[in-house]
Design a protein. Structure first.
Length: 372
């Protein structure tokens, strides 16, 4: 009889070889990635609580925790001094603070997102002082440059979108990657290019990355910027101790964090909502820029992707993860939408049992190639 699984597990060649020989142990994990994706991130909050509150805590070691948008919010909650409580606060605030009127103005969306971030953080100095536990937290944002730095109307994003369509590297003329990092994990990477996310960025990367220390004065601003979707929300202007400018959603550049993760000294665990990686948010409709289309690069050889299975998705309301379209589908019936999102979150708790079961009794035959 076929066993129902809550997860699909996809892994790069090095990760498959390691798990076949040694299983999957918390000491093996050198990094955790968390994608942008809006409400889809709700699906992983139970898994985050278990991963960081129980399993990874069994083996303290430097780890890089990197995310964009809601992924950054999830990773910030994970390194919080009271991680499980911060993750619960994140979930509750994300559910309850976003009760918008029809076609809400950008400032209203930004206010709601600010409430979510502040609820998760609690007293910011306490978060900064107690965060990391030896980890590096990397919050990815996108800083406007060129003409986009002066105007952020809907039509002003047409040129960056067309530039990206021609070639991804051309988007670098319009957006700069700015990474706010908590410097707790100086040993997380083993590259001469430095610790933290810098080690994962190729020298020829077109986005001219800047690194800014994450601290009490800019933590809330950085996290809010990382989730500020253009047009939908307002940009964050001039975060403390960062170059002046308009800061937007980090997913514009790093939607699924397709970076050189092989430079970390260990495996990368990636709870993700898709069985492939897409470079930037503007690449969502360009399947030739997905790993599933062209094969995963060697940079992802050490990655383990944990994705909701078709069987799990079939049990969710509407047969899918929560997403931004639900705001339009349910309109002002906020209680209905929130109730369905809560139901989806409860069903997704099954991912915890499935991953824990795989760790107890590793079955390499479950590991699909990430290149597929």
């Amino acid at each position: 009889m076929r066993v129902t699984r809550a997860l699909r597990l996809l892994a790069g060649p090095a990760a498959r070889t390691h798990i076949a020989r040694h299983g999957l142990q918390p000491r093996d994990v050198a990094g955790v990635a968390a994608a942008a994706g809006g409400p889809k991130g709700l699906a992983f909050l139970h898994l985050d609580t278990w991963l960081f509150g129980e399993w990874l805590a069994q083996a303290e070691r430097p780890r890089l925790l990197a995310g964009a948008s809601i992924g950054a919010w999830r990773m910030a909650a994970a390194v919080h001094p009271d991680g499980p409580a911060a993750t619960r606060r994140l979930g509750e605030a994300y559910l309850e603070c976003q009760r918008y009127r029809l076609k809400p103005p950008a400032h209203e969306v930004s206010q709601a997102c600010e409430q979510v971030v502040n609820a998760m953080l609690g007293p910011v100095p306490a978060f900064i002082d107690g965060a990391s536990r030896g980890h590096t937290l990397a919050v990815i944002t996108a800083r406007a440059r060129g003409a986009l730095a002066h105007h952020a109307r809907k039509r002003d994003f047409i040129r960056p979108a067309l530039a990206n369509l021609v070639a991804r590297h051309r988007l670098g003329a319009h957006l700069q990657r700015v990474v706010f990092e908590h410097p707790g994990g100086a040993g997380a990477a083993h590259s001469h290019s430095g610790a933290g996310l810098q080690a994962l960025i190729e020298p020829a990367d077109p986005f001219d990355t800047l690194h800014v220390p994450l601290h009490a004065r800019n933590a809330a601003q950085a996290l809010l910027a990382s989730g500020s979707i253009p047009i939908v929300a307002q940009a964050v202007i001039n975060p403390a101790d960062a170059p002046s400018g308009q800061y937007w959603d980090g997913g514009l550049i790093d939607y699924h964090l397709m970076l050189n993760w092989s430079r970390l000294d260990g495996l990368v665990l990636y709870p993700h909502f898709a069985p492939y990686l897409t470079a930037g948010w503007l690449d969502k409709s360009l399947p030739w820029r997905r790993t599933a289309h062209r094969g995963a690069p060697a940079a992802l050889s050490h990655m383990v992707l944990a994705v909701p299975s078709p069987e799990l998705l079939a049990r969710l309301p509407g047969g899918k993860l929560p997403d931004r379209q639900d705001f339009h589908v349910h309109g002002l019936d906020h209680d209905r939408r929130i109730g369905l999102w809560r139901q989806a979150m409860a069903e997704c708790e099954a991912m915890v049992d499935d991953l824990a079961g795989f760790i107890r009794r590793p079955d390499p035959s479950r590991l699909e190639p990430l290149e597929a």
